[in-house]
Design a protein around this ligand. Sequence first.
Ligand code: DGY
Length: 318
Amino acid sequence: MDKVFVTRKIPEEGLKLLRENCEVKVWEEEVPPKKEVLLEEIKEIQGLLCLLTDPIDAEVLEAAQNLKVISNYAVGYDNIDIEKAKEKGIVVTNTPGVLTEATADLAFALLLAASRSIVAADNYTRAGKWKSWGPKLFLGQEVFGKTIGIIGAGRIGSAMARRAKGFAMELLYYNRSTKPRLERETGAKKVELEQLLQESDFISIHAPLNNQTENMIGPREFRLMKKTAVLVNTARGAIVNQRALLEALENREIFAAGLDVFAEEPINKNDPLLQNPRVVVAPHIGSATFATRDKMAQMAAQDLLAVLEGKKPRNPVS
Ligand code: DGY
């Protein structure tokens, strides 16, 4: 029987499928297995079902002797050395599609929360600081009818665009390829990054993390943004230079930010970004709905099993 290592307790939908077909070992802790655990476990197994918190680098892959498939329980796969996996003939799969709407929902929730200082207002109310209805109490940015710039117009970026359309927003997008369907459905206009940064009231990042996108939003980019701009990032933290973001907020170069992702996760609780009342944060929960996580588990397990059965997986990443 094939051996499979699952690096965290994923929903039962996926585990059940795996257990019916393989010898399964699950890492039951709340935090990811350390590298030495991965190095040990990977030696024997045929299948690895891992999370975005598991760095499957060249050293880990080198230790694999019989590994046929890595199924990543995420759509992003920047945690895996894809080239090395390819070199070793290991198939890598991910979970696209099923998490699109949940992630776009969270992106839009962060957009609204950051624009209207919802979290700061909630804290203020609970702390008993509310003296009276005030003409200038928690003034925020208008959302309806404004311009949104979408960086990365794949599935999630397009789903974000559809939500923005519901708020009668003008849409700009920055993407390698043109997206005729998105343009047809939402009236979105493809522009260069510079124009998007200059003209958008809201900027939402939906690009994968790679060599081209790492630190894509730095000091120069913040200076190009409107002083009233709100930045939302539900993609990967390292796409934004976090120090530059903090400076932009402190220098009032932008109005606010809604962040689900960070360069280092978890972000340190003393990080100055967390002291800024104009920042709304979440602990990387874009895809965290019951239904979505169940579907991700099922999809990840099905693709892992497909490869072990010698079939083509539905979602190979390369
Ligand atoms: C992904 O799938 O890449 C997300 O970041 C997880 O929610």
